[in-house]
Design a protein around this ligand. Structure first.
Ligand code: ATP
Ligand code: MG
Length: 304
């Protein structure tokens, strides 16, 4: 059992999943609240509703260990359709580890061990028969540093559709490449440079190329791990506009260190701290009325 630096147990009267419960008893609320002296049985409970009305992915009681390091502790969270969820929290709190669970990228890390349940459209993604290549097409990932393949712009986007056999002929492949680049907001900039290397584009263009590559295989979910941290403000604004556009068709989970970005692009926000999901809720509520002290400290810049 790991000793935590912070006690993330809530006072009993705040241990509710309903925002209205907290406010309901109105005027006579005592100014000093009794804090329980012993931890709840399970040690802590996420504040807020971690479920979505229209889930596409559902994580339940997920733990991740890297050797002895307990990096994610009993995290339950839904990723909703047509919605952007922002994952925020101080460095090392487990944001990347958690989103890597959602498309089994942690499988590639030898010391990583994962327990709990994660489903995509109700199907267990850790089931023995799950095709991981197919899973990563359905749950695509965009990384912090744009990582186009050392291939042409066209071949970067065509890569996934080719290995998954999504096009019957060149005309269909051309169509997928064009549509994906259009959706990624890059088509007009590259339509005359399709045979040039993807690595020759600017950083912001490369990131949109990576998004086009992800879209080309028709994912359900797009995971983004600090997708703008290597970009200037103009390129960042373009990606943020794009995220807003993309949520019409995809579920998006974005890790960001920028509160402003989380507030601009997401509808739900999840705050992680030392491997635990401390609080989750509507982005507006999290930023204007955080319920957990740790969330409040983080968003007001007291640490992190
Ligand atoms: N490949 C790895 N091997 C071993 N331990 C790891 C690995 N990746 C992450 N960890 C550990 O897991 C914990 C969570 O790390 P993670 O990278 O998920 O945090 P994060 O919230 O994404 O941080 P940051 O904001 O700095 O990117 C940390 O203690 C980290 O040292
Ligand atoms: Mg990270």
């Amino acid at each position: 059992m790991l000793e935590l630096e912070y006690d993330v147990t809530l006072p009993a009267e705040q241990q509710s999943n309903s925002m209205s419960d907290v406010a309901s008893d109105g005027a006579a609320a005592p100014s000093v609240q009794a804090v329980p002296t012993k931890a709840a049985d399970d040690g802590y409970r996420t504040v807020g509703d971690f479920t979505s009305a229209t889930p596409v992915m559902q994580a339940r009681q997920v733990d991740v260990f890297y050797g002895d390091n307990h990096a994610i502790q009993k995290v339950s969270l839904d990723i909703g359709r047509n919605e952007v969820i922002a994952l925020i929290g101080p460095s090392g709190c487990g944001k990347s580890t958690f989103i890597r669970c959602l498309n089994r990228m942690n499988d590639t890390i030898e010391s990583a061990r994962i327990t709990g349940d994660i489903t995509l459209d109700g199907e267990n993604i850790y089931a023995r028969h799950m095709d991981v290549v197919m899973l990563r097409a359905r749950v695509g990932m965009v990384f912090q540093k744009p990582n186009p393949f050392p291939k042409s712009v066209y071949d970067n986007v065509a890569y996934g559709p080719r290995i998954h056999g999504l096009a019957r002929d060149r005309a269909e492949l051309d169509e997928i490449v064009q549509t994906s680049l259009e959706r990624a907001g890059l088509w007009t900039e590259v339509k005359d440079r399709l045979e040039e290397p993807g690595t020759g584009l600017s950083g912001g263009q490369q990131q949109r190329l990576c998004i086009a590559r992800t879209i080309a295989v028709g994912p359900d979910v797009i995971l983004m791990d600090e997708p703008c941290s290597a970009l200037d403000p103009i390129a960042t604004a373009r990606i943020e506009d794009l995220i807003d556009e993309l949520k019409r068709n995809y579920a998006i989970a974005i890790v960001t260190h920028s509160m402003q970005q989380a507030a601009r692009v997401s509808q739900r926000t999840a705050y992680f701290h030392l491997g635990k999901l401390i609080e989750v809720g509507d982005t507006d509520d999290i930023f204007t009325n955080p319920r957990h002290k740790l969330t409040e400290d983080y968003i007001t810049g007291r640490f992190g």
